[in-house]
Design a protein around this ligand. Structure first.
Ligand SMILES: [Zn+2]
Length: 247
């Protein structure tokens, strides 16, 4: 039953290929996870950066406010000084000159107060914006934590699956001829695509071209390895009799 043995080996090799296809897909999924977690973290960082910038701007406005208030206080002291002097001067001209100074400072104070009002409105606005940003950051943080947890869970499962698949993979090699498994491994490393092509209805399942009749006949005997003349893959063709298991 040497024929049967080669057919069985082709079946195992095909099974190994399917197994490896799944393994590769697990690896690909696993590779995307760190990137997805990094993206989630970036969205949280974005809010934090915005909050820091806005807090700094607010700090600047508050600093300006303090210096404007200090200016008002200084003017108050100065005006008090002029008023005291007014009580001691003896001429109308001196009195009027002091009055002028006081009026000048009053006018300056009026402008300062307007500026203060504007800045206070800005402070209110900035504080509202910050509150909103902070609440958004908190909800983004929560969302990210949940999603990250889910990704970590997925990562753990994938790793466990890969480990299990790698273990199962070992079982194929003692059953398959060394030469055949070596051909398979080399092809996979080089081409990163299927090595075994199923042949159904006289067509190569990989390149979709018709298998040459002579080749098909040879392949159906399962006596030697037959390759697709077009895509060079190893053919595992449907048996002539439906009694033989396939694939
Ligand atoms: Zn082909």
């Amino acid at each position: 039953m040497a024929n049967e043995s080669l057919r069985q080996q082709l079946a195992w090799l095909y099974e190994l290929q399917e197994h490896d296809r799944e393994l590769l897909s697990f690896h690909k999924q696993l590779q995307t996870i760190p990137k997805q977690i990094a993206q989630l973290e970036a969205s949280v960082t974005k809010y934090k950066v915005e909050i820091t910038a806005k807090t700094e701007e607010l700090g600047e406005i508050e600093k300006n406010l303090r210096s404007l208030n200090a200016k008002l206080e200084m003017n108050e002291v100065q005006k008090e000084k002029y008023r005291n002097e007014q009580r001691t001067v003896t001429t109308n001209k001196e009195y009027a000159a002091l009055e002028n100074q006081i009026e000048f400072l009053d006018k300056q104070d009026g402008e300062t107060e307007e500026e203060i009002l504007e800045l206070m409105e800005m402070v209110d606005q900035y504080q509202d914006e910050l509150t909103e940003l902070e609440s958004k950051a908190v909800s983004e943080d929560q969302k990210t934590a949940e999603r990250t947890k889910a990704y970590r869970e997925e990562q753990k499962n994938l790793k466990a699956n890969i480990e299990q698949k790698m273990e199962q993979r070992k079982e194929y090699f003692p059953k398959i001829e060394k030469d055949l498994s070596t051909q398979y491994q080399r092809w996979m490393e080089k081409r990163k695509s299927d090595f075994v092509a199923l042949g159904r209805n006289g067509t190569c399942g990989s390149c979709r071209l018709t298998i040459q009749p002579q080749n098909l006949k040879e392949a159906q005997k399962y006596e030697k390895l037959v390759y697709c003349t077009s895509c060079k893959r190893l053919l595992y063709v449907e048996p002539e009799s439906s009694d033989i298991p396939y694939p």
